[in-house]
Write a protein that binds this ligand. Sequence first.
Ligand SMILES: Cc1cc2nc3c(=O)[nH]c(=O)nc-3n(C[C@H](O)[C@H](O)[C@H](O)COP(=O)(O)OP(=O)(O)OC[C@H]3O[C@@H](n4cnc5c(N)ncnc54)[C@H](O)[C@@H]3O)c2cc1C
Length: 181
Amino acid sequence: MAGVSAEVIASTNGQSFRENMLITHRGLSGPAILQISSYWEKGRAISIDLAPGRDVLASVSGAKIRDISAARSAFQGLLPKRFATRWLESYAPPSWSNQSLGQTEKRIHEWSLLPVDTEGYEKAEVTVGGVDTDELSSQTMESKKIPGLFFIGEVIDVTGHLGGHNFQWAWASGAAAGRAL
Ligand SMILES: Cc1cc2nc3c(=O)[nH]c(=O)nc-3n(C[C@H](O)[C@H](O)[C@H](O)COP(=O)(O)OP(=O)(O)OC[C@H]3O[C@@H](n4cnc5c(N)ncnc54)[C@H](O)[C@@H]3O)c2cc1C
């Protein structure tokens, strides 16, 4: 399954990101997962909408023969075939009634996963956490407790979404501290 990717909405803890999800040989990755991982707490599930805004199984409801191959075809153009086939092996509708199709449709949009863990700081793009901003001057980044001690960038409890915000923060806070020295 490694290398398979799809546009999804990943949610947890009241936050959602609509981006690509990538399956790797280690687990889930890609922008959607990196973003949501900043909000994930250990022991909490994440919810994946595998087909945002789409009624995937509508074509199965209208098909003459409702079966697994009709369900597989319904995913065409939405999810990579390998992934759709594997997902349906695990979550095939227990019957082909409207009610059962409705439940499977719901699961497509609220696929709940309980991550074992993240890859940790070794692989993190951003660490989440650090020196409390309340303890620093917002003008100069100087410690309020220890004059002459400055903190900048990643070591401060400031975390940006993907898109260059962490670089921006590192450079901007560095410039602010540099000017104050
Ligand atoms: C794989 C990856 C991809 C990323 N992609 C993005 C991205 O696309 N956009 C974005 O905005 N952010 C990205 N980030 C985050 C971004 O790189 C960091 O937030 C940013 O570099 C933090 O800057 P910094 O100066 O605070 O720390 P760092 O860049 O970590 O710099 C700290 C420096 O201190 C040095 N150092 C450590 N200990 C000592 C010591 N004892 N003595 C002397 N020197 C020491 C280190 O070698 C390092 O050079 C990414 C991070 C990773 C890991």
